[in-house]
Ligand binder design. Sequence first.
Ligand code: UD1
Length: 348
Amino acid sequence: MNEIVSVVGARPQFIKAAMVSPALAKAGIQERLIHTGQHYDDDMSSVFFDELDIPAPDTNLEVGSGSHAIQTGEIMVRLEAYLLQNDRPDCVLVYGDTNSTIAAAVTARKLLIPVAHVEAGLRSFNMQMPEEINRIVTDRLSDFLFCPTQTACDQLKKEGLTAGVFLTGDVMRDAVVHYSSSSTPANSQFPDGSYALATVHRAENTDDPDRLAGIIRGLGSVGLPVIFPAHPRTAGRLKGIGLPDNVRIIRPLSYKQMLRAMKGAHRVFTDSGGMQKEALWLGTPCITFRDETEWVETLERSWNVLVGADPLRIKQAMELEPVDPPPLLGQFGKDTASSRIASILVSA
Ligand code: UD1
């Protein structure tokens, strides 16, 4: 194939596209990038395009925020119109597990355009998570299933999906390897190892006052300053909640700033999928505000510890020392995941 439409909409998808788009171009594939507009604030969107040199999207569908049905439905309506009014691509490429992912997969598939899914086969087995629904539906509809791990490939097989499944490795790892050497100054106020870094953005944590309070109480007990770059929704929920003295809320960080902050942290606390792996690749143990993870490999040798939203488990996890080496290091040889994906698509 030689013409692809890629659909992105949320922060981690911009980072993945920053790796995959140049690989597609290098392989001779023409790409049109569509931004759904799911994330739209400057520090949730344009900062990534600027910092990672991602070309401006061909079009921005500008759907903005809304309920799941509204957001997903609006993306479908606007993307369908785009695909019908413009040259038909050979494939629509989607990333991860957001509402932009499922909306693009359903729309393309119903227009009989093949779908390629980067980060196929991940499962939390928690159907309360909107992302789990998005993953299952997207995988079921995809013609190319690009798995970051062997666990993901095995899972697809269990679900009866065997055609078009490829173990490619993780494009997020490509990004960490590529960008972690470019210099972003350390935070001089907090030398390396002297602080913890925390992020929370999942609805199950932000929109449940008991869970959010448990997390904040736990962070208050870790015995270190906690730098907390807050997603806009989390910042909204934290307004009016008394914060412990050691917790400092700041604006969302750019990708390179976040890599630097994770590398220097004594521990990373998060409910993000991507940061659980990024922390480990940067050599920092992770503590995860969830009860399960799609990235089960990260749990090996205590490099990642699941603590839910329980203040006691958060405090106890601080005392665990992981055993070297971190999991998920360099597992798929020297080619990048992005270049593998591009070479599979160009020869399809
Ligand atoms: C979305 C994805 C999640 C992913 C995350 C990455 C879904 C269901 N969730 O979660 O899987 O891990 O992106 O960051 O697709 N908001 C703003 N400005 C913005 C964007 C959002 O203020 O630029 C606020 C709005 O109040 C919005 C809320 O954040 O309602 C949630 O945004 P949304 O895109 O729906 O979900 P995320 O939590 O960002």
